[in-house]
Every structure is written in structure tokens, then in C-alpha cells.
Design a protein around this ligand. Structure first.
Ligand code: FEO
Ligand code: CA
Ligand code: CA
Length: 635
């Protein structure tokens, strides 16, 4: 989600120790904001920034980089083509239920529930029978712009409009195939599926049945209606899909009196979505436990359309961006995740059991048993994974953590108590399959270094961090190691910026606000950006253009711009066919109105991508990007 700076959650007022950030003398110079040698070194361009597993100086980026753009279109390098598929509102392909898109937004809630949702975000390609020409695309629909979603926007707000808004959230499973270089949706498909804010979910892990999860509609606390604000995505080695419930708090109204627990989770008197006006379960005054049932990583088996998706509570509750899996040498799953809110944390979960052969069914409880950790980044370039285990350290009943269910439901408070490092909005995580280094985007944090925000520290070294950075770590021993080494791949920025801290140290094309990440089959890192519409193309972002996709050779640190998106969109959901000849990418919220919803009377005010119909409206969509000669993308 392109969170505009003035709307972002900033709830962490914990005073957990920052001493570990103050031990290193060179970092202290940076903390004081001096312009000495240490700062110069930290912010220097990353020429030759090789890490473990790095290759020689030969670049692996084989395309001609493109210039920044403010055009309302997708631009790719010469020799490439970008084809639009799977627009918001297209039928996903459920046999007997394929209503056509209506350009005036007059599709009903029931029709939206079998059409592509709004605001495509994370996504993955699942090859069918190993093919790079046929597979499933599974993707999130992060949120809705209700000014565009309905005839008249939120005027005449109604139960039907609330139901349509809920139906446009969630996850889509579609089948796609490529013929003669052209991708198309396969409709109908036995795999086609929509999961929405109303779809029944099971609950796995220590919060299942917990008293804090029980509601009047679900007294057992084991069955939850729906998922929403699904942001980033991860594909498991056993063939399932993980999705993070990120900004779920926007869906709940908490009234005038907030508990400390609610305050710590950014609760607000009224909701942004206004669902509670026609769907009482989003009224947290009447149903105070309902918000505890969101903020989880959810697991979906896209190969079994009849399967019940599951909320995996052992991975902790957070404003989860997403979740990403590595595998230890003895076959256990390690799941990395962060929560995209200012000054929140990075987590990892180590499964107790080994991955079993046999796909989703054989691993249906794998993510329900294991150990959850929060990351502490120390100033000397090492770090610790601190276990979020009830009864250990401060996580006792006397401190409000009566059982492991309470620990995972209140993972923020538990991480505060343990002294996790407050990060600059952790977004996507990816694991380099060749080196084992794990990369995480820290998209920005304008509150860093301010009176109410966290102080600058070694991992988050810039005050008023408008530009963001990519941090990386290597766990000691194996992915289950409880300590790690870390450094920054890059501090994003524009070298022409007037403010030294906003110049960054990019070796190559300037960019800001890294968000989505993906390693392609060759090991090139792809970086999606998400500058909020209120900041885009002005002020410090003036020279950077629309949001974009860049390729980075992590062996050399070189960054090269590959794609620019339409106006006011964000770029996300980068995923590849196994042979690397097609990249799928999601274009989210083209034409978004800064800091507010679209005006239903001016739906085309900022963008009309991708249809450019005179009576249409901008639509999130997937683009399939190929080389004209059929070669490997980026090579
Ligand atoms: Fe949904 Fe943090 O982006
Ligand atoms: Ca973002
Ligand atoms: Ca994101």
C-alpha cells in the first residue's frame, strides 16, 4: 500500500533499549549527524560492493536502462514488450460465474466476488507440470479505492457497497497460458478462485481457540471470516501461497475509549473503510476481539480450490507485509517476515518439523509448530534473533503473557519487552538462493530521528528517512541460527538531492522507497518502488519519476532502471516463469488520488491506464513482460 506520509501508522512508543545501537564509535559519528569520514563512508556510492558469493566485475544486467518517466503508461527497455492481463474486474474464470466487467463500476458485490479484486499486490507464478508457458498466477488485492469501486463512490454508502468492498479485497487464483508469445487467462479453469474478506478460514497455531480470539459469532475462536489488506506474498517449497494481512486496522472502528493493547496496534476511533456502518463485526466497541483475528500470515493451497485457507498464528501477529520461506539443511522451514509500520519489527519463525513430500496436504500443520523470533540489529554488524517464547525472559504471565497464544497475538508488545530493533517500515524479504543472504526493504520512515520516533541507529541510519534502504543479513550456521551478520545493500536516494541524507549511495540509477523484491532464476535482484502519491514527482522525489522496477546485480551493487509505471501507481508483485523468459508484475492503484479516495465524478483525473476508454477508469492489472526474441528477461 502506498501509505502517504501523513497517514502512516506510528504506534511504537516503547522504550526498549537502543544501547546496542550506540556502542560503535563510527556509528556514533553518524548518529550525531556529522559530515565526517564515517558518514562519508556510509553514504558513499557502492562501487564494487561485493558480498559472499559475489562474482567478478562483469555485470549480469544485459538490458539498456531507461530514463525516469512521468508518463501515464508502462515503459520497458528496447527489445521488450509489456502485455496487460488480469485487470481488476475481469472474471477469474469460475465455470458458470464469469460476469463481464462494467466500465461504470456498476458490477454488483456478488459479481465482484468472482472477478479480479482491486489493487493487485504480491503475486507468484506456479508452473503447471513444470511448464513456463502454463501455470497459476496467485495474487493479493491489497485494498480498495471506494471512490472508483462503486457508482457514486461512497455516496449512498450501503450494505451492498460494503459487501462489494469486502469482495474486492483478498486473493485471486487464476490460470494463465502463453501461446506464440502472448499470455492469456484460461477461462474457465478448475483452479480459478476468489478468497475475500468473507471467505471462511481455519486457525492454526497457538492462538487457535485463545480467549482473545473468541467472538459471539465464533465462540470457539477457531473459524474466522475472511482476510483483507493482503499485501506481499511468498511461495512455499511445498507449493502453497503465503499472504500478509497488513493494514487490517484500517477496517475497524474502536470508538472513544482505547485500551493499551488497542493503542499499541494503532487503533483509531473511526475506520477508514467504514464497513462497520453496515457490518457490525468491524465495530470493535461491540466486538473487541475481532481485530485480534487479523494481522496474520495466511496460507492458501492454490492447487486445491476446495481447501480451507488457514491463519498461521505461530508466525506472530503483525501488520504483516508478507512471509518468505528458506529451508535449513535438514529440511525445516524458516519463515521471514516484517511488519510495515514505522518503527516496528522483523521476525523469523523456525519450524519444529521437516518439510514432508506431498505438497500442501502433507504439510498442513508444518507452520503451526516452531519458534518465533524478533530481530535485534547491533551496531557492530552482528545481530541476534530473540525468541518470542512464553516463560522466557520478560514474557511471563506477570507481564501479561499468560501463554504462547498471548505472545503471538501481542507480538508487538512481546517484541518491545525483548528489545527488538525498531525498523524503517520493513516491507518485502527475499532469500538469495545462491549465497543464503536475506534481503529486506525498509521503505522509508519520516519519523526516524524525530521527537516521537525512534532515534537513528546503525540499521536505520538516516533521520527523516524519506528514501529508504535495503538491509541484508546472513544467519550464522544455517537459516535457523540465532545470530547473524548484517549490512546494507544500498541506501536509496537521489545524488542530486539538496539534503545530504537523502542522496543515498546508489551505484547506478537513482530510486526511492524500495518495496517489492524478487530474485529471478539467474540470481538478479529486482526492486519495486512505492513512493506515495502525495510525494511522487515533487520535492525530494522530483527527479525520480513514477514508480519503477530496477534490477540489481548484488555481486557488484549495480542498479539499473528497467521499467516505469503509469501515473500514481505502485510497482509490486514481481515473479517469473521457471525459465526466466516471462516476468509478471503488478501495477497497483494507477491514478490514485494523493491522501484520499478518488472522486467518483472524476475517475480519470490522474490516470486512465490501462484501458484509456473515454468512459472508463484506471484499473490495477498484471503485466506480462517478455523479450521480443523470447530470451531471458534482464539477461
Ligand atoms: Fe502493502 Fe507495506 O505495502
Ligand atoms: Ca509500500
Ligand atoms: Ca508493499
Amino acid at each position: 500500500m502506498a501509505k502517504d506520509f501523513d497517514q502512516m501508522e506510528d504506534s511504537n512508543r516503547s522504550s526498549n533499549p537502543a544501547i546496542h545501537d550506540l556502542l560503535d564509535p563510527t556509528r556514533r559519528i553518524v548518529l550525531r549527524g556529522g559530515a565526517g569520514a564515517a558518514m562519508a563512508a556510509l553514504f558513499a556510492p557502492l562501487t564494487g560492493c561485493a558480498i559472499a558469493g559475489g562474482a567478478g566485475p562483469t555485470t549480469r544486467l544485459g538490458f539498456t536502462g531507461i530514463a525516469p518517466s512521468t508518463a501515464d503508461r508502462v515503459t520497458v527497455p528496447e527489445g521488450y514488450v509489456a502485455q496487460v492481463i488480469a485487470r481488476w474486474g475481469e472474471p477469474v474464470g469460475i465455470a458458470g460465474a464469469m460476469p463481464a466487467w462494467k466500465r461504470d463500476a456498476s458490477n454488483s458485490a456478488a459479481e465482484q466476488a468472482v472477478q479480479m479484486g482491486m489493487h493487485h499486490d504480491g503475486g507468484h507464478f506456479y508452473a503447471l507440470a513444470g511448464s513456463s508457458a502454463r501455470g497459476l498466477l496467485v495474487m493479493n488485492h491489497e485494498y480498495t479505492d471506494d471512490g472508483l469501486l462503486h457508482v457514486g463512490g461512497m455516496r449512498d454508502w450501503s450494505a451492498e457497497k460494503v459487501a462489494k468492498s469486502q469482495a474486492a479485497h483478498g486473493i485471486s487464483v487464476i490460470e494463465v497460458e502463453q501461446r506464440g508469445g502472448t499470455w492469456q487467462m484460461v477461462r474457465p479453469s478448475p483452479y480459478a478462485r476468489r478468497i475475500t474478506a468473507s471467505t471462511p478460514f481455519a486457525v492454526g497455531g497457538p492462538a487457535a481457540g485463545h480467549t482473545m480470539m473468541r467472538t459471539a459469532a465464533d465462540p470457539a475462536g477457531t473459524r474466522i471470516d475472511g482476510t483483507m489488506n493482503n499485501c506481499a506474498s511468498g511461495m512455499t517449497p511445498w507449493g502453497t501461497y503465503l499472504s500478509g494481512e497488513e493494514n487490517f486496522m484500517n477496517c475497524f472502528a474502536f470508538g472513544d475509549s482505547l485500551t493499551p493493547h488497542q493503542k499499541r496496534w494503532g487503533a483509531r476511533k473511526t475506520s477508514w473503510m467504514r464497513w462497520e456502518q453496515f457490518d457490525e463485526r468491524f465495530d470493535a466497541v461491540k466486538h473487541p476481539n475481532e481485530p485480534n483475528r487479523f494481522g496474520w500470515v495466511v496460507e492458501v493451497d492454490p492447487f486445491d480450490p476446495a481447501s480451507t485457507p488457514v491463519k498461521r498464528t505461530a508466525l506472530g501477529r503483525a501488520a504483516h507485509e508478507g512471509a518468505w520461506v528458506a529451508v535449513t539443511q535438514d529440511g525445516r522451514a524458516v519463515v521471514y517476515s516484517g511488519e510495515d509500520a514505522r518503527n516496528e519489527y522483523i521476525y523469523k519463525f523456525v519450524s519444529r518439523d521437516r518439510i514432508a513430500p506431498g505438497g500442501g496436504k502433507a504439510n498442513r500443520e508444518l507452520l503451526d509448530h516452531g519458534t518465533l523470533y524478533v530481530a535485534r540489529f547491533d551496531a557492530d554488524g552482528t545481530g541476534r534473533w530473540l525468541p518470542l517464547v512464553q516463560g522466557r525472559g520478560p514474557l511471563t504471565a506477570a507481564n501479561g503473557f499468560a501463554d504462547q497464544g498471548a505472545v503471538v497475538i501481542m507480538a508487538r508488545q512481546a517484541s518491545d519487552a525483548l528489545g527488538g530493533t525498531k525498523m524503517d517500515r520493513p516491507e518485502w524479504v527475499v532469500v538469495d538462493p545462491t549465497s543464503g543472504w536475506v534481503y529486506c526493504t525498509l521503505t522509508n520512515n519520516s519519523s526516524r530521528g524525530t521527537k516521537d520516533g525512534a532515534p537513528v541507529d546503525a540499521a536505520n541510519p538516516r533521520a527523516n528517512n524519506t528514501m529508504g534502504q535495503i538491509i541484508r543479513w546472513k544467519d550464522d550456521g544455517d537459516f535457523d541460527g540465532e545470530s547473524f551478520l548484517w549490512n546494507h545493500l544500498v541506501l536509496a536516494g537521489d545524488p542530486a538531492n539538496e539534503r545530504p541524507e537523502a542522496r543515498g549511495n546508489v551505484h547506478g540509477d537513482a530510486f526511492a522507497c524500495p518495496d517489492g523484491l524478487a530474485f529471478d532464476p539467474r540470481g538478479v535482484l529486482w526492486i519495486c518502488t512505492d513512493i506515495g502519491p502525495s510525494a511522487l514527482n515533487k520535492g525530494e522525489m522530483e527527479r525520480l519519476g513514477n514508480n519503477q522496477l530496477l534490477a540489481c546485480d548484488v555481486a557488484t551493487g549495480e542498479v539499473r532502471r528497467f521499467l516505469t509505471g503509469p501515473f500514481n501507481c505502485e510497482i509490486t508483485g514481481c515473479t517469473f516463469t521457471p525459465d526466466g523468459t516471462t516476468m509478471f508484475l503488478n501495477i497497483q492503484h494507477p491514478g490514485e488520488t494523493p491522501s484520499e479516495r478518488s472522486n467518483p465524478d472524476e475517475p480519470r483525473r490522474f490516470s486512465n491506464w490501462p484501458d484509456f476508454q473515454s468512459d472508463g477508469r484506471p484499473r490495477s492489472a498484471t503485466v506480462a513482460i517478455r523479450r521480443l526474441d523470447g530470451g531471458v528477461v534482464g539477461a
